[in-house]
Design a protein around this ligand. Structure first.
Ligand code: ADP
Ligand code: MG
Length: 242
């Protein structure tokens, strides 16, 4: 039994676009090794939440702490967090290895170090030997795996995934979710993932956070949220029509 400081803390985090708050005084703690899935309808502030932690979106008020350190003023590339977007944005003109090595070069790894790490990562995501393949020759699922390897390359302690499996068909998604859970456990990665697929969230998460209009409507284990939705909004969102 250990009680420890949360790895990530958002304190009254607020982002406004015009008069509208995309994040409205959000408070959230994520423990080390925890896998948290953020669920919610389109426009509820899920991506903004990740972008704030990644340093890609400025806060109007409130604070973000990582390992107890206030991230205010810390640029994105110095935060030690990885972010994988829905449309994974691979570089089509580079091969698989070049894509995976991208973040390593930025961190000053030598060519030899990069090659070793790329080989390890491609094995990890189930694409051994794919380093010299062209991006265009990969299936959608393979491209998602490459994007994941690229996000994992700098060994982020906190990995954030924005709709990571959004473009894949259901059967592939279900398989990848199981693999991802094992992978994160093995690496000890803390994960904050956005999805609008409940099945995915419930299969992947230690904890589910449901967002509505820039606020957290409920936070709990998948079982708690499923059995005791906090209010009618959460219940309806989960599909309990009444
Ligand atoms: P989600 O990821 O849950 O779909 P977002 O975080 O992308 O939601 O957006 C939350 C709200 O903030 C939405 O109303 C969206 O239109 C608005 N928003 C997000 N980014 C911007 C932006 N760069 N400029 C203006 N409005 C934005
Ligand atoms: Mg989004």
């Amino acid at each position: 039994m250990h009680t420890q400081e949360p790895m990530l803390t958002l304190d009254e985090a607020t982002v406004r676009f015009g008069r509208r708050a995309a994040l409205d005084a959000v408070g959230l703690d994520v423990a080390e090794h925890e896998i948290v899935c953020v669920l919610g309808p389109s426009g509820s502030g899920k991506s903004t939440l990740l972008r704030v932690v990644a340093g890609l979106q400025h806060l109007d008020s409130g604070r973000v702490f990582l390992d107890g350190r206030d991230l205010g003023g810390v640029p994105a590339h110095k935060r030690g967090v990885g972010l994988m977007f829905q449309d994974h944005q691979l570089f089509p003109q580079r091969d698989v290895g070049g894509n995976v090595a991208f973040g390593l070069r930025m961190h000053g790894a030598s060519k030899a170090q990069q090659d070793v790490r790329v080989r390890e990562l491609l094995e990890l995501v189930g694409l051994p030997g794919a380093a010299s393949r062209a991006i265009a020759s990969l299936s959608g699922g393979e491209q998602q795996r490459v994007a994941l390897a690229r996000a994992l390359a700098p060994r982020p302690r906190l990995l954030m995934l924005d709709e990571p499996l959004g473009q894949l068909d259901r059967s592939l998604r279900e398989r990848l979710v199981v693999e991802l859970r094992e992978l994160f456990a093995e690496l000890g990665t803390t994960v904050l993932a956005v999805t609008h697929d409940q099945g995915e969230a419930f299969a992947l998460a230690d904890r589910v956070v449901v967002m509505r209009d820039g606020r957290i409507a409920q936070s709990g284990t998948p079982l708690e949220v499923w059995q005791r939705p906090a209010d009618e909004f959460v219940a309806r969102f989960l599909g309990f029509e009444n």
